[in-house]
Structures are given as structure tokens and as C-alpha cells.
Design a protein around this ligand. Sequence first.
Ligand code: IVH
Length: 667
Amino acid sequence: MDRESIEKQVKELHQLLNQYGYEYHVLDNPSVPDSEYDRLLRELQDLEEQYPEFITPDSPTQRVGGVALSEFKKVRHQTQMLSLANAFSEADLRDFDRRVRQAIGDDFSYVCELKIDGLAVSLRYENGIFVQGSTRGDGTVGEDITANLKTIRSIPLRLKEPYSLEVRGEAYMPKKSFLELNKIREEQGKQLFANPRNAAAGSLRQLDPRIAASRNLDIFLYGIGDFGTTGVTSHHKGLDLLEKLGLKVNKERKQCHSMEEVLEYIEKWTNERSQLNYDIDGIVVKVDSLEQQNQLGQTAKTPRWAIAYKFPAEEVVTKLTSIELSVGRTGVITPTAILEPVQVAGTTVQRASLHNEDLIKEKDIRIGDWVVIKKAGDIIPEVVYVLEERRSGTEIPYQMPEHCPACESELVRLEGEVALRCLNPKCPAQRREGLIHFVSRNAMNIDGLGEKVIGQLVALELIKDPADIYYLTKDQLLTMERMGDKSSTNLIEAIEKSKSNSLEKLLFGLGIRHVGAKAAATLAEHFETMDRLASATIEELLQIDEVGEKMADAIVTYFENQEVEQLLTKLKQAHVNMTFLGQKRSQTADEDSYFYDKIVVLTGKLQQLSRNEAKEKIESLGGKVTGSVSKNTDLVIAGEDAGSKLTKANELGIETWDEVRFLEELP
Ligand code: IVH
């Protein structure tokens, strides 16, 4: 191929990948299966490796830059980054409305937006190319976090039109990513993030962009440094323009023509904010017309044309009756406060994690204390502080034990960790947690083996390690409480079925330190068999992009252990699959299947299969499962109690099936 056609091919790949990335990350509505995106990306990577002169800053391969920085450069914003004055009540909002009317009269409208709880950032585009991203800093000078921002997939590296502008927005961590991140950190004995905002800010302040890349951050854009340069005349038209350029703008924005409408919007979101998959801490109210904004002007740091209504944090008082300890899969000891049940933000709370010993000391939490509870990041119950003035003198200061509550081994605090750990690999509590992990959804996914059943099987000494699960007999199961003929047959079948899982599920289930579900998938794809992975050297492991030193070390140490060797032999003898089937699956994704290249939405409750199983089946047949119904959806499979997605599908005239019809179509 001559150079010209190579360059053309590279450009075509950029365009296609940018389009698919946009559909997936900004519109939340992919038009091709992930495998197609990955295939094109690999094709581009190969070309760029051969012809590095064609690598451009907006290439989709340039999202995660290689090197860690030693410090962030300072960046002067072209236009000052203002913050907002706050309103805490209807009266504050009415005062604001009065001030606005005094200055510009009654002929105006507001735009209401969700106030995203993250970190304010500015993105600079030159001729449509993303050239620099920065934090707010003091509003005039911020820090250059371009490399970290590039890892956010919904930030386009090239706009749909060659505009030069500074766009403003809020980078945030979705609630789901926050929960997953803290779960991993808890297992690793690391300090937890208090809420998604701190987690987002902490991730964007990392000097090594690979850390930000692993944190699944997202962004909403809500403004332009200087709207005037774009020719738009109102804020809402400015947001429409940003959307048209391919930037992610929050859909819930609304034009309001009176304070009554603003208050209705606030009431709606006060009630519904817990259903969003990101945190908001209030509502921003902005005068829409840019001319009127100019008339109103600004104070030193805040505009007079906008205000942030802040939701009241829901805090309640209850009594802490005791502290319970649990031993995690990796031996981390977690104290949990047991509370007299109270209602907080819509649910009954009777437990709150105290995370570690330092936190108990720092807050001086004693048994019998009256404590203030809130939900951190609106999700996780947390003890905010103790009401010392309500102490009677009978409260008992808490002392963490020196020995494991499950196996009596001495507890240790590893260097650099805040958690206390039990290091006994034979600790029954750790084993039990390890078994629960082994059978869980993203691991071997054995239906019918929940925490309770595992607890019983361990107590009856029917299983000690994961391989024992594969030697259970129906007669043994029948000796258990509440286990009848049908449930034991189903369980044996589910265990049998899990034997043919692809390698990554087993690998994740084994619970090797630092190997999460994603790393397990990468390792399985790379090494293809357990034996090959088990004999890999540190150097070989480090050649894989996503494997760092800690993980490589943990993998090698894991496979050196004799007990592990015996466990793997026992699993092999039970015919548990130890090869990677992913590749094979996509090769067999036969083009004759109904699902091939189809975009499918699952909704409602399925009886025969779990959501995950249904998704895997569709994907293995070459289909793509997405979360929301749009005109690109080919099929909606509706289980029981299907709601708005089914209605929407009917409105759009999209084909809908019930579960029976779906099962008929499966091979
Ligand atoms: S407008 C001149 N709109 O809230 C207007 N801010 O102090 C400047 N925020 O950290 C801000 N969502 O990043 C605006 N829809 C939204 C917002 C929003 C979140 C943040 C902003 C800043 C704080 C305001």
C-alpha cells in the first residue's frame, strides 16, 4: 500500500472509531458490538505501530498516555472560571428572583440544570481538537490535567466542527464505579473514598494517567468560557451547540418561565435524585439570555445571573448499640456499627461501616453513643459524628481485638495500610468469603449457591475449598436444611454448567490478589490456558499493558503455592474448563443466528435465565445488549413487570418478545 492510502485508511479508522465511541459513551446508544470497536482499534494500533508518523493527538489510541508526570503544569484560563452563590431555601431563591427582576425586568426565562457533584474542569479545543484540560484552581489559574481528562471516553478528542473554544463542565464518578472502587480498596486495605466527588477529584489529581483511566470517570459539560465567540444568544442554545459538537450535555436541563416552574423542577429532583446513576448536590438556576446575563454582570467570583440551590443533607440521630467485626476474603477486618433502625433518605438503616480502627478513634465512637447518620454520596450509611453532649457516662470506648474473631490468629497491620488483617490462609471466615466470591455472578456464576447455602455447606464441612463444590452429591445436598429434591437437582445442574465457563471466570473466582474481573479477562485472553498463565514469569506478565508490578508479583506468588497446585489439580480432575473460550465464542457467533449484529434491550424479570446469562447468550451469538430503548434498538425482550422500556418499544414500533419466544431462539 502506498503512503497516501495508508494515511487515508488511518483517517477513516479515526472517524469510525470516534463515531462508535461517541455513540457508546455520549449517547449511551452503541450501534456496533464492542468486539467490532476492539477489532478496528487493533487495526489502527497495528497501522500506527508501523507508521508512527500518522499518529495524531486526536487518534483514539492516544487516550492513555504512557508516562507519569512529576507535577502538573499551571494553566491560565482564557476566561475566568466562576463559581456560584448558594441558595438553601425557597426564600433564598425568591430573593435571587427579585434581584434579577429589579435589574432586567420581568421578560426573561431561566434554565434549570442538575448540579453535578464532581470536579469543575475546563476543556480547550483549538480548531476542533482537544488540546488542553485543566482544573478550576483559583478560577484564574488551574492545573493541567490533560492526560487524565483524555482517559474520559465521553470527552471527544475532536469536535464534529472545527470550533476553537473553552468548554466548562463537571467531571464525576458514576455511583456504580464509586461502589466498585471502594469495594476493591476495602479488600486491599486501602483508605476508602468518602464519596464519589472525592474519588473523582482524587483520580484526576493522579500524576499517572493510567490510574485515572482505571477509574471509569465521566463528564457533563454545562457552559462555554466565552459564549459570545460562538454566535449563540442564549445559554440553552449554547448547550444545544455543545451537544451538536459531540460533547456530553445533561439531558435533564429545562427552560423555566417562572419561579414556580423552577420550584417544581427542584421538587421533582429532590424526590428523584436517588434514581440517577450519578450524584447531584443541588440545582443550578441560570438566566437564559446572554444579553441579560451581561446586564446582570458578576461579583468577584460569582455571576449575578445564576444561583445554586443546595439540597439539604439528610442527617438523623440514632443509637449505636454495638460494633460487629467481619473478616473479608483477603483477611481485612471491617468493623460495622449496629444501630437502632432509623429512616434515612428513603430507606431503613441499621448498619453503617466504620471501615477501620483509625476512623473509630478519630471520631471517638463508643458503644452506646448517640450518633448522627447520613448517607455518604447519598448511597452508603455513614456515622458523621458522635453527640458527645448526650453521653451518660455508661458508653464504652471500643478496642479492636488483637486476634481474628474467626480463627484467633494474631491480627497485623501491614505497612502503608490502615486495615487490620488476618494473615492465616486457612482462616474459616476468609475461606467462606472466598467461596462466596468463587460462586458469585462475575466469577463462576453458580445459581442457587448464595451466602446462606455456602455458610451451611462450610458448617457441615461438606466444602473447604472451591474444588469441593464440584464433588458435592445430590444425597449430600439433601441433608441440608430447606433443600428439597428439586432445589438440589437444580443446584447440581448449575454446578455442572459452571464447569464449562471460560477461563476468565474461574481466574477471577480464584480471588488472586489484585486480579479483578477485567484483569482476569485480559490474562485469560492473553495466555489462553491456566497452565500457561501458571508458568508465566514476572517479565512475561509485565509485558501486558494492564498488568503492573503488584499484580505480576501476586500472580507468580499465587501459583508458587503448593495448596494452589493441589486445588487446580482437583478442579481439573472434576473437568472444570481451564481454557479461554472468548475467541472461540466470537468465531462461532454465526451469522445465521437471529441475534447476529442485533441491538437488544432486556427489560423486566426473566424466569429461566438471569439478566447476565441472557446477555452472555445474546453476545455469544454476535448480538449487543444495551440499556436503553431507542430507534436503533432491534429487539426488546420483556420479562415480567416490564415497564417504560416496553412502552417505548411499542411506541417506536420495535419488535418485542416474551421470554418463551426468546428461549425458542436460543440454540
Ligand atoms: S455553572 C458561571 N452548572 O458547581 C457558572 N456549575 O460553584 C459556573 N456545577 O464546581 C458554574 N453542575 O463545577 C454550573 N450544571 C452546572 C453545574 C455546575 C455542577 C459545579 C461547578 C462548580 C460548582 C459551582
